[in-house]
Design a protein around this ligand. Structure first.
Ligand code: TXA
Ligand code: MG
Length: 318
C-alpha cells in the first residue's frame, strides 16, 4: 500500500518496522526499503524482496547521533569532522561495526555502512521506530534506484508492508560511500555529496582501486568466508561419520548427527530464518576448531539463491 507520508502514516510505518516488517520510505537521495537493522530476520526479508542473488551489505540509517557509537567501534576525529559538516545528508561512512549489528546486515563483514539521512520523513520514521533502519535502495536487483514512490510501487508493490510517499527525492542519486576503516579514507561510491566537499574537510581521499577491486561490496574480496575448508554435499545422508567435522544443516535432520559441531540454519526449513542465521552459523563452525565443514544445500529459490551463492564462494576459498 502506498500512502502519503504524514505524521499518522509515519507512526503506522514505525510500528511495522518495530514488528519486523518492511517499509519503503523516502530519503533525500532515493527511496529506501527499510527494516529494523537490529533484527536479522527482518533484514533477511530485504534480500528476499529485492531478489538479490547475493548478500550485499546494507546501509544502516540513524536519526540520532547516539546510535553512531552503539553501532560502530574505533571512531576517530575524521568521522566527527565529517558528520559535523555533512550529517544529516547524503554521506555514508563505512566504519568498524559493533557486535549488536547482525551479520546479515553487513554480509558478514567486520564493517558497517552508516548514514543519517536529511529527509524529514526518514528522520521521523527512524526516531519513532526507536531503532536504526537498514535499507538499500528500494528497487529490484539490477534495476535503477527509485526516486519516486510510484517507481517503488511498480517494482515492489505488494512485497512491502507499506510505501511512504513524499513525492520526488530532492537529491536523486544515492549517497556517497566513504570508507574510514583504514589509515587513508577511500571513496567506494560517488554519490550525492561531491568528493571535493569531503576533501576540503579531511584532505586527500583515495579512489577505490580498479585493479584490486578492494572493498567493492557484493564482490568476492572482503565478504566473509570461513577459514575452515567447506564442502557442499548433495544430501544429508552423504555426511561422513567422523568426529573432527562441522556440519551446517538447512533444517532439522531426520536422524541424529554425530559430529563435533552442528549448526541448523532453520529448524522448520524457513529460508528467511536460514538466511538470517547463515553468517553467524559459519562463524561458530569456524571457531569450533573442526577440520572441515560439510554443508547441506538449501532449496535454490528466493533467499535460497543468495545462501547457495555464499556457500559456493566459501567452498571455493581454498
Ligand atoms: O542513498 C543511499 O545510499 C540509499 C538510501 C536508501 O540511503 N541507499 C543505497 O543502498 O543506495 P544500496 O544498498 O543500494 O547501496 C549501498 C552501498 C552498496 O554499494 C554497498 O555495497 C555499500 O553501500 N556498502 C554497504 N555496507 C558496506 C560495507 N560494510 N563496506 C563497504 N561497502 C558497503
Ligand atoms: Mg542500490
Amino acid at each position: 500500500m502506498r500512502i502519503k507520508a504524514t505524521r499518522e502514516s509515519i507512526q503506522l510505518a514505525s510500528s511495522i518496522i518495530r514488528k519486523g516488517g518492511l517499509v519503503a520510505f523516502p530519503t533525500e537521495t532515493v527511496y529506501g526499503l527499510g527494516a529494523d537493522a537490529l533484527n536479522p530476520r527482518a533484514a533477511a526479508k530485504i534480500f528476499e524482496v529485492k531478489r538479490r542473488p547475493t548478500f550485499d551489505p546494507l546501509i544502516v540509517h540513524i536519526a540520532e547521533i547516539e546510535w553512531l557509537e552503539k553501532i560502530t567501534r574505533n571512531i576517530d576525529k575524521r568521522v566527527f569532522k565529517l558528520i559535523e559538516k555533512f550529517w544529516p545528508g547524503p554521506l555514508t561512512l563505512v566504519l568498524f561495526k559493533s557486535p549488536i549489528v547482525p551479520d546479515i546486515v553487513t554480509a558478514g563483514l567486520d564493517t558497517v555502512a552508516i548514514r543519517m539521512p536529511s529527509h524529514p520523513a526518514a528522520l521521523e520514521l527512524i526516531k519513532l521506530s526507536q531503532t536504526p533502519i537498514a535499507a538499500p535502495s528500494a528497487n529490484l536487483f539490477g534495476h535503477l534506484s527509485p526516486t519516486t514512490a510510484e517507481h517503488v510501487e511498480k517494482q515492489l508493490g505488494e512485497k512491502t508492508d507499506l510505501i511512504l510517499d513524499a513525492g520526488k527525492c530532492p537529491v536523486g542519486v544515492e549517497s556517497t560511500v566513504l570508507s574510514l576503516v583504514g589509515e587513508k579514507p577511500v571513496l567506494l561510491r560517488h554519490g550525492g555529496l561531491p568528493l571535493e566537499e569531503i576533501e576540503k574537510v579531511i584532505g586527500k581521499v583515495a579512489r577505490k582501486s580498479k585493479r584490486k577491486k578492494i572493498q567493492s561490496p557484493g564482490q568476492l574480496a572482503r565478504h566473509y568466508s570461513p577459514k575452515t575448508p567447506l564442502k557442499i554435499i548433495k544430501s544429508s545422508d552423504q555426511i561422513p561419520h567422523n568426529e573432527n567435522i562441522g556440519i551446517l544443516l538447512f533444517q532439522k535432520p531426520a536422524v541424529k548427527i554425530n559430529a563435533q559441531a552442528v549448526e541448523i540454519l532453520s529448524e522448520n526449513g524457513d529460508l528467511r530464518e536460514a538466511a538470517a542465521n547463515l553468517f553467524s552459523a559459519l562463524y561458530r563452525l569456524d571457531e569450533s576448531g573442526v577440520k572441515i565443514i560439510y554443508a547441506e544445500p538449501v532449496p535454490e529459490f528466493g533467499l535460497g539463491q543468495a545462501i547457495m551463492d555464499r556457500l559456493r564462494r566459501a567452498s571455493r576459498t581454498r
